[in-house]
Design a binder for this molecule. Structure first.
Ligand code: FAD
Length: 287
């Protein structure tokens, strides 16, 4: 099912399920602000091993209740086929038609994912197709700077190919701050016959310490000059945000000029950075 492939570009946003009722109320206000610019869909992350299961459901239910197009993430590691089937049935019955299918990383303290029926995301994609046919438009993850466990770019590409062969319709990338990494990755994919839309994941910069820690873990590179500038601002949050905004704005401009099929914003549940980018990039808004 590739209906969206011809309706590009797609501008979408990602949320994570809050931990508390108070956090949920705050998120609802942020969602309303973001929704005012009309993103194509909101995706909601899912903790591997079912660690955020109920909270993901709560966020997804609320979005669906507002009539907002919602794409739940589903991370398969540590889950059984029956559990995954139940979740997919629930989503199908709610009218959800887009999923982000992932392996996930088991949270520390929850074991290495043993006991589940899935080892890699391509197995989840195959399962969704086998059990639910064309019900869902399936997005998978892609890594312009390569997944840290892939061993080599060639093996990373082979894995991406497996996910596409299993039935993925589109991909969203891990974030990056170097447009060449993205364009090089897309070029390599095209040469390998993979011409599905690969939408860049965009991470606004507002908290350097958090970003640096996260980037080390997921294998996303913060270019040296950006790192040095951000480090140089110390605790000056305003300067970090102002510089971070310019870096990400320029990145998005390069990507749009290069003809990307959309942008997927990692909002970190904050409306402000995304809305500012949306406006300055002149992305479409309703009406
Ligand atoms: P896979 O595609 O399965 O790849 C994982 C690793 O295994 C890669 O290194 C791959 O090369 C290797 N591999 C795959 N198949 C084989 C094989 N047959 N033999 C040997 N090696 C193999 N995490 C969450 O927990 N929840 C989320 O909601 C979430 N959302 C995300 C959204 C996006 C857009 C992205 C980019 C990432 C997201 N993540 C999420 C993080 C993601 O789960 C991690 O990056 C995870 O480590 C890999 O997931 P994957 O789906 O890419 O795995």
């Amino acid at each position: 099912m590739s209906t969206d492939t011809h309706r590009l570009p797609i501008y979408s946003v990602e949320l994570f399920p809050p931990k508390t009722a108070e956090g949920m109320e705050k998120l609802k206000r942020e969602i309303a602000r973001i929704n005012s610019v009309g993103p194509r869909y909101f995706s909601v992350t899912y903790g591997a091993g079912g660690s955020t299961r109920e909270r993901t459901f709560e966020t997804v239910d609320w979005l669906c209740g507002q009539g907002i197009d919602t794409a739940p993430h589903l991370a398969c590691i540590g889950s059984t086929r029956d559990e995954v089937r139940d979740i997919l049935t629930r989503y199908r019955d709610q009218g959800i038609r887009r999923l982000v299918a992932l392996r996930g990383d088991m949270p520390s303290g929850m074991g290495g994912g043993h006991g589940g029926d899935f080892r890699y995301a391509n197995e989840l994609v195959s399962f969704v197709r086998a059990e639910f046919g064309e019900t869902f438009f399936i997005e998978v993850a892609a890594y312009p700077e390569y997944h840290p466990q892939s061993g080599s770019p060639a093996r990373d590409l082979a894995n991406f190919k497996r996910k596409v062969a299993a039935g993925a319709d589109g991909a969203i990338t891990q974030y990056f701050y170097n447009a060449d990494a993205y364009f090089g990755f897309v070029e390599t994919c095209l040469r390998a016959g993979l011409d599905l839309p690969i939408v860049p994941g965009i991470m606004p910069i507002s908290n350097y310490t958090q970003l640096a820690r996260f980037s080390d873990a997921c294998g996303a590179e913060i270019p040296r000059w950006v790192r040095r500038r951000l480090e140089g601002y110390g605790d000056d949050v305003e300067s970090i945000r102002a510089f971070g905004h310019e870096v990400v704005l320029n990145l998005c401009r390069q990507l749009i000029d290069g003809g990307v099929p959309g942008l997927h914003f990692y909002t970190m549940n904050q409306s402000k950075p995304v809305l500012r980018l949306w406006e300055e990039l002149g992305l479409p808004t309703p009406g």
